[in-house]
Design a protein around this ligand. Sequence first.
Ligand SMILES: [Zn+2]
Length: 238
Amino acid sequence: MVELRLFAAQALGEDQSQTDRRVRELRRYFDVAAERIDGEHRYILRGWAKHPAADGAPISLRRRAEVLAPQRCAMCGKTPLEHHVTLVVDHRIPQSWGGSNDVDNLQPLCEDCNAGKRDYFHSFEAHAEEIRKAISYDEPQRRIGALLAAFKGEWVRGDLIGIVASAKEYQEDWQRRLRDLRFFGWKIEHQNRYNEGARVRAYYRATVVTELPENIPTAIRAEEARRRRARSASTLED
Ligand SMILES: [Zn+2]
């Protein structure tokens, strides 16, 4: 604790009293214990937080207004004016999964859609730690792969994959990232279900999972080149 206080003071130029606040922030996502060992107070990083606080940092009023400005629910399209719904600011990726207060991660939802989404996300509580871990990876393929692997061959709803795929930057075409995984030997099955309300729901599951290469984009380019060569070779034979 003495070292952290010194670091905060020297490297960040912060008052030493700020250290407690920094540790509190870390505890939203990490399990940090404070213990007295051999007469010294120490922080110990035990891993990811088991029950991250649902209430993260507050969103500023200005940002709230910016997010609500379209005055339309991002899921069902209802508006306060026509449908008399109340809009709330929703985190696309919940804060408990590491979602931020960045504008990209916020959207206006009506209260019904927000409640539905909350229930749906709550059903993943058993997998929350793996989902948080999947979201933390930089490459979309690794994020999707970690998610599918965490469900160990169970079906995963497409919209959850889309959310995890878009955790760092929006992935319009995340299905292509499934193709990338197949490049690396993954076997991913796809199923459409028609019996879950009005819309068709896509589900995916991984039946074969492989170790992903260190540098995914380079490995994909190499595989694409190899396939192009194989194709032109077979064309020549024809
Ligand atoms: Zn709605």
